[in-house]
Ligand binder design. Structure first.
Ligand code: ATP
Ligand code: MG
Length: 196
């Protein structure tokens, strides 16, 4: 491709992006869903929280799956005034006790509900919420309605694999992270600062 043709093509692309940007007129909080099997969903959610608080906004996090490890983001963000509600006993990746899991999910959801009704919050991250819906630990209607009824300026990020089709439909931005390869499958251990 000649340099001239490259320039023309880039200009065309730029014009198209500029047009889309300038025709966007609606201002309100967004619902983002980060789903798919690849690595990068929760880190994307926490990155958005960091972005928001970097602008002096207020954010809160609910972690619907209690990992076996501490969480680097929590260590950092709590010291910046970000409230964390972490699903307590019960549910981990290898769940055994459905009743206990449901109780723990409901408790975490009550924190989420409080946050989702708080007009002082600009952003709420509902990390791994998708599993609470796929395992039917939480009611779909209840969750969708609560998210839909949040304050107009509040944004919400939901992460987790297998996002429910209705959640996807309701969302403004949906990204599916695709796994191309993962270190674990080559025998590499999960690493502090990378995996948690
Ligand atoms: P991260 O928190 O690193 O952004 P994630 O939220 O996209 O990852 P989860 O499904 O929540 O991924 O899984 C959390 C843990 O599982 C992380 O330690 C991550 O490295 C690991 N993991 C994520 N994707 C894969 C995969 N495709 N294969 C194996 N392990 C994975
Ligand atoms: Mg995750």
């Amino acid at each position: 491709m000649t340099e001239q043709r490259y320039k023309e093509r880039q200009q065309k692309r730029k014009n198209k992006v500029d047009e889309t940007v300038s025709s966007a007129q609606i201002e309100r909080g967004l619902l983002l869903v980060i789903t798919g099997n690849g690595k990068g969903k929760s880190t994307s959610g926490f990155g958005t929280v960091a972005r928001a608080i970097g602008h002096g906004q207020k954010a809160a996090v609910v972690q619907f799956i209690k990992g076996t490890w501490e969480c680097g983001e929590r260590n950092l963000l709590e010291s910046h005034g970000v409230e964390f509600a972490v699903m307590a006993t019960g549910f981990t990746w290898d769940t055994q006790d459905r009743e206990a899991d449901i109780l723990a999910a409901e408790k975490a959801w009550s924190d989420a509900k409080r946050m989702l009704a708080d007009p002082g919050l600009d952003l709420v991250l509902l990390d791994e919420l998708t599993y609470m819906l796929s395992y039917k630990y939480l009611g779909l209607e209840e969750v969708l309605q609560t998210i839909a009824n949040r304050p107009a300026e509040m944004s919400v990020v939901v992460t987790g694999r297998g996002a429910h089709p209705l959640l996807i439909e309701m969302a403004d931005t949906v990204s599916e992270v695709k796994s191309v390869k993962h270190a674990l499958n080559a025998g590499l251990k999960a690493r502090k600062g990378i995996d948690w």
